[in-house]
Design a protein around this ligand. Structure first.
Ligand code: SF4
Ligand code: SF4
Length: 879
C-alpha cells in the first residue's frame, strides 16, 4: 500500500459524513508533537490508544480517558487516539490507499512504538484486524518484525482473549492505570538500550497482570482444548489479574477530552466505585471487577468541581456497575445536588437497582425530567431469579413502579434475559405476567395522579455464558430456541402500551462462540474478516453466514463452543487468575441448580477468593460484620489525590455561576474558526460554545422551558461543515454585566485551538427580533486550483440554474441572481457577496456544485477548495 494521501487532508475530509471524527482539536486534547520531536528518538515512546469502534463509541469510554491522562502524564511518552474509521472513510481509504493514522498528529500507525487496543466486546475482534489492515501491519505477532510496533491489548474481555491471542504480543489482565505505564517504562528502557523484543517480552511477563501469549502453546484432545504448554521457562504458569486496591490513590481523568462531536455518552463522568457486591451469576463484570472498592465522598466532590470546571459539561454521570449501591449515597447525593443546584448541571444515574434506591432523591436528581426509568428484573419468575441470584422480588419491582408512576414517571423499561440456565416455558410466561402486573399498577393509580399514558418496554437479551462466572460451563440456547421464546412473548404481550424489543439471535450466538473460545478461532476471525466482516458490533454490518463459512473452513462449528462443558475439563482461560476461585464458581453453580441464593458482599462474605487481597469491601469482613447495608462507611480516610490538573485561574466555585436572574444583558459576539473546528456541524458548534462559556464562568441566562433549558444563545447564520469563518456574529444573554475585555480573554482561553471570539459588545436588549431574521448577505471566498477561472466561465451574467433538493422536494434556483457582488476574482480565487438568511440563501456547496456540473472543475478539485466566510451582514449594517 502506498501512502499517497492523508486521512486529515481537506480532499478526504470533504467527502465524509462527519469529518470531525478524524480531526481532533477537542478541548483538553494533549498534543505533544512539538516538544516530542525535540527528544532523541530512542528516548521517546509514541503510543497509540486504539479503539476498535467508531469515534462516538470510543470517546464515551472511561478507560480511554484514564489511560490517555496516565500515559501523557509521563514527559517522554506521547499517547494519541486512533478509532475505527466509519464506513464512508474506510471506503475512501481502501480505494485510495490511505493509511490509518492517529488523530492528534496524523502519524501512520506503523510509525508508533506501541499500539494499545482497548477491547470491551467480542464482536469488535474483526475491527481490530480491519484497523491493522488499514495500517498495513501484519496480523499475527509471529509475522511481525522488530521494526513493527509492539501490539498489546487490555480491557475487560482479556479475561479470555484466547481467540485473539495470536494477534497480540502481549495482553494486560485487569486494571491498567498502573500496570500500563509501568510496562511502557520498561519498554522504553529496552528501546533506549536497543534490546530485542523477545528480551523485553521475557522481562514483561514477570510483571503482575502481563500475559505474553507467545510463551504458551495450546494442545487439544478430541476436538477440545486440553491445556497449554509453557514454551518460555521464565513465564508464569498462571497470570494474575492486576487489581488497584485503593481507588483514591490512582489517577482520575479530571481534565478529560471533551468531544466536539456529539458522542454516545456525552457527559462528564464520575466513577464512584469498581466492582459489584451482588453476585448475579450471569454477570461477568460482577466477578472480574471484584471486590467493591469505593472512592471517598470528599474525593468525589473534589473531582466533581474539577470535572465541571474542566469540561463545562451540563451533565454529570455517576458511573459504577450498580450506582445506587454506593455505601454513602445519601451523603454524596445531597452534596452533589447542592453543588449542582442552579447551575444547569443534570446528574444522571445510569445503573440503578430497584431495591436500593431512594425515590425521593431520584425526584430531586431528575427534576422535571421524567423521561423514563429502567429496571432489570432479568427473569420472569422468582424461581429463576433465585437461580441467577438476582435478589429482588416481584414486590420490589411492583412497589418501585408504584412509586415511580405516582411520582410522574410513565415510561418504564424492564430488562430481561431469555435462555438462562434451567429456564422453562413457565419462566418465559412469567416475563409477560410481570409486564401485565406493572401495567396493572399503573391502572390502579387514581386517574388524576397519572397524567400521561404508560409505556412499558420489555427489552430482551439472550443469555451468553461468559468465562469467570458460575455459568461458564452451561449450554447456550440456539437461535431457533431464542426465536421460539420471543414468539411466545410476542403472543402474550399484544398491547399497544407494552412494547417488546430483542437482540439479534445470530450475533448473540457468535458472541457466545467468541466469549468461550480458544486459539483455534484466530484463523476463523481472520477468515470472517477476509469475507467482509469488519464492524460486527453494528447490526447492519454483521453477517452470520460469513462466520459460519469461516468456522466450517476451519473444521469447526459454533456448537463446539456454545455447548455445555464438563466442570472437570480444562478451560481455555484456566491459566488466568482473575482472583475469584474456581471452587467458589463451582459452588455457586451448585447453588444455582438448587435454586438457592448467595448474599451480597454487603451483607455477608462468601469468601470468593478476593479475601486474600485484603482491600475494598473484603476488609470490612476482617474488622466487623455489617448489620445494615445502608449508609455504611467503607472508606474513612480520603487520602489526597495527586493533582495532575492545573486549577482554573478563576477559583470561583462552579455553583456560584450561571444562576438565573430576572434582568438579562444582551451581547453580540463575533468569532473566527479555522483548523479542526471547521469540520464541526452547526449543532456541535453550539454545544462547544455552551461548554466553553460554562468553563469560562460567564453568567449565562437560560431559557425557561421546563424540559430542556438551554443558554440563551443564537447564531446569526448556521455555518456548514468545512467552511472557515472570520467574523461570524452570534448573540447571547447574561444575568449580570461583566467586563468584556477580561471575559473575552477567559473565553478564548477556554476555546479549543482554531476557535476564537474576536469582538464582543453589549446591544440594546429591547430593540427587536432575533439576530437570525436580520441576516441579509454573506461574504464568501473560494480558494483552489482554477476556481476563479471556472467562475468567470460560468457566471457570465446569464442565469445559472441549480436544482436544489431538500427533504425530497426539488426546486430550481438561479445562483447568478443570488450573487450580489463579485469582490475580486483571479485564476485560483474568487470572492463574492451573496444573499444569505432565512428568506434566500446562497449555499457555498451549491455554488461549487454548479461549477462542477458545468465541467469547469472536477470533483477532486472541488473537494480541495478552501471556503472562507469573511462576514455575515445584518440588515442594520451595509457593505
Ligand atoms: S447488580 Fe448484578 S447484573 Fe448488575 S453489575 Fe452487579 S452483579 Fe452485575
Ligand atoms: S471475599 Fe467476600 S467480601 Fe470480598 S469480594 Fe469475595 S465475597 Fe465479597
Amino acid at each position: 500500500m502506498t501512502n499517497v494521501k492523508k486521512m486529515q487532508s481537506r480532499a478526504v475530509l470533504g467527502r465524509v459524513e462527519k469529518p470531525s471524527r478524524y480531526t481532533g482539536g477537542e478541548w483538553n486534547q494533549i498534543d505533544k508533537t512539538e516538544s516530542f520531536t525535540k527528544l532523541a528518538k530512542a528516548e521517546r515512546l509514541h503510543v497509540a490508544f486504539c479503539f476498535p469502534d467508531i469515534y462516538e463509541i470510543g470517546m464515551s469510554n472511561l478507560a480511554l480517558q484514564i489511560l490517555y491522562q496516565a500515559i501523557n502524564a509521563r514527559a517522554k511518552m506521547f499517547c494519541e487516539r486512533v478509532f475505527m474509521p466509519a464506513v464512508d472513510m474506510r471506503e475512501i481509504m481502501q480505494a485510495e490507499d490511505i493509511l490509518l493514522e492517529s488523530i492528534e498528529s496524523g502519524t501512520p500507525l506503523s510509525d508508533f512504538d506501541v499500539l494499545a487496543f482497548s477491547l470491551h466486546y467480542e464482536l469488535s475482534y474483526t475491527a481490530v484486524l480491519e484497523m491493522l489492515a488499514l495500517a498495513a501491519i501484519p496480523f499475527y505477532a509471529a509475522e511481525r518484525e522488530e521494526s513493527h510496533p509492539l501490539i498489546i491489548a487490555g480491557g475487560p474481555i482479556t479475561c479470555n482473549l484466547e481467540p485473539m491471542a495470536d494477534f497480540f504480543d502481549l495482553i494486560l489482565l485487569g486494571e491498567g492505570e498502573t500496570v500500563l505505564p509501568e510496562l511502557l517504562e520498561l519498554y522504553s528502557e529496552f528501546k533506549q538500550q536497543a534490546g530485542s523484543r523477545a528480551a523485553f517480552l521475557r522481562a514483561a511477563s514477570g510483571l503482575e497482570g502481563i500475559y505474553v501469549p507467545g510463551f504458551y502453546k495450546p494442545f487439544y484432545s478430541e476436538n477440545s482444548f486440553a491445556g497449554l504448554s509453557i514454551l518460555e521457562p521464565s513465564a508464569p504458569s498462571v497470570v494474575k489479574r492486576r487489581l488497584e486496591p485503593n481507588l483514591d490513590d490512582i489517577i482520575y481523568p479530571v481534565k478529560p477530552l471533551v468531544p466536539s462531536l456529539e458522542v454516545v455518552h456525552d457527559r462528564a463522568v464520575l466513577e464512584l466505585f469498581r466492582g459489584c457486591s451482588r453476585g448475579c451469576r450471569f454477570c461477568q463484570a460482577g466477578y472480574i471487577y471484584r471486590p467493591v472498592r469505593e472512592r471517598s465522598v470528599p474525593t468525589l466532590l473534589e473531582y466533581t468541581e474539577k470535572l465541571l470546571a474542566a469540561t463545562g459539561s451540563d451533565e454529570l454521570g455517576l458511573l459504577s456497575l450498580s450506582t445506587s449501591d454506593y455505601s454513602k449515597r445519601n451523603e454524596l447525593m445531597t452534596a452533589l445536588i447542592e453543588k449542582t443546584a442552579d447551575c444547569h448541571v443534570n446528574l444522571s444515574l445510569p445503573s440503578l437497582r430497584l431495591d436500593s434506591f431512594d425515590f425521593s432523591l431520584m425526584e430531586q436528581v431528575s427534576g422535571t425530567r421524567k423521561a423514563g426509568l429502567t429496571f432489570a428484573p432479568e427473569a420472569g419468575t422468582q424461581r429463576l431469579r433465585n437461580v441467577v441470584n438476582k435478589n429482588i422480588t416481584e414486590e420490589d419491582l411492583l412497589e418501585a413502579c408504584n412509586i415511580a408512576f405516582n411520582g410522574g414517571w410513565s415510561n418504564i423499561k424492564l430488562y430481561f434475559m431469555l435462555g438462562l440456565p434451567t429456564e422453562t416455558e413457565e419462566d418465559v410466561r412469567g416475563i409477560a405476567d410481570l409486564c401485565w402486573k406493572v401495567l396493572q399498577v399503573w391502572s390502579d393509580i387514581p386517574h388524576e395522579n397519572r397524567p400521561r399514558k404508560p409505556k412499558i418496554t420489555a427489552s430482551i437479551s439472550f443469555f451468553i455464558p461468559k468465562p469467570w462466572t458460575p455459568f461458564q460451563w452451561v449450554e447456550q440456547i440456539t437461535p431457533v430456541q431464542m426465536k421460539e421464546r420471543v414468539q411466545l412473548l410476542t403472543e402474550l404481550l399484544r398491547d399497544r402500551r407494552i412494547s417488546l424489543q430483542w437482540h439479534d439471535y445470530e450475533s448473540s450466538r457468535i458472541e457466545g462462540v467468541l466469549a468461550r473460545g480458544d486459539r483455534r478461532l484466530a484463523p476463523v476471525i481472520e477468515k470472517a474478516w477476509q469475507k467482509g466482516s469488519f464492524l460486527d458490533a453494528w447490526h447492519e454490518y454483521f453477517s452470520a453466514e460469513r462466520w459460519d463459512q469461516a468456522l466450517q473452513e476451519c473444521g469447526l462449528n459454533s456448537h463446539d463452543y456454545t455447548r455445555e462443558r464438563d466442570t472437570k475439563t480444562v478451560l481455555p482461560w484456566d491459566h488466568m487468575d482473575i482472583r475469584v476461585s474456581k471452587r467458589f464458581l463451582l459452588k455457586e453453580l451448585e447453588l444455582a441448580l438448587e435454586e438457592k441464593t448467595t448474599s451480597s458482599c454487603m451483607d455477608l462474605c462468601s469468601y470468593c477468593g478476593l479475601q486474600k487481597d485484603q482491600c475494598g469491601i473484603c476488609l470490612q469482613w476482617q474488622r466487623k460484620p455489617l448489620s445494615n447495608s445502608a449508609d455504611k462507611t467503607i472508606f474513612t480516610d480520603p487520602s489526597a489525590v495527586e493533582n495532575y490538573i492545573t486549577e482554573p485561574d478563576d477559583k470561583k466555585s462552579f455553583s456560584e455561576n450561571n444562576k438565573k436572574a430576572a434582568e438579562t444583558f444582551k451581547l453580540r459576539l463575533f468569532y473566527e474558526r479555522c483548523g479542526a473546528p471547521v469540520y464541526l456541524a452547526h449543532l456541535d458548534m453550539m454545544r462547544l460554545f455552551e461548554r466553553a462559556l460554562s468553563r469560562a464562568h460567564w453568567p449565562l441566562a437560560w431559557s425557561e422551558q421546563a424540559y430542556n433549558p438551554r443558554p440563551l444563545m443564537v447564531f446569526a447564520l448556521p455555518v456548514g461543515c468545512g467552511i472557515e469563518t472570520r467574523y461570524e456574529p452570534f448573540e447571547l444573554e447574561l444575568t449580570e454585566k461583566i467586563d468584556l475585555n477580561t471575559a473575552l480573554t477567559t473565553l478564548n482561553f477556554n476555546l479549543p485551538p482554531g476557535l476564537s471570539v474576536r469582538h464582543a459588545e453589549y446591544i440594546d436588549f429591547n430593540r427587536r427580533k432575533s439576530i437570525m431574521s436580520l441576516v441579509e448577505a454573506a461574504d464568501y471566498e473560494f480558494i483552489g486550483s482554477g476556481v476563479g477561472s471556472a467562475y468567470k466561465k460560468v457566471f457570465t451574467g446569464d442565469p445559472v440554474i441549480f436544482l436544489r433538493t431538500r427533504k425530497g422536494k426539488s426546486r430550481e434556483i438561479d445562483l447568478a441572481a443570488q450573487i450580489l457582488q463579485t469582490k475580486n476574482v483571479s485564476e485560483d480565487k474568487v470572492r463574492v457577496i451573496s444573499v444569505a438568511g432565512s428568506q434566500d440563501n446562497m449555499r457555498p456547496d451549491n455554488f461549487l456544485q454548479s461549477l462542477q456540473d458545468r465541467g469547469t472543475l472536477t470533483q477532486e478539485s472541488v473537494s480541495n477548495i478552501q471556503v472562507i466566510r469573511h462576514a455575515v451582514f445584518l440588515s442594520e449594517e451595509c457593505f
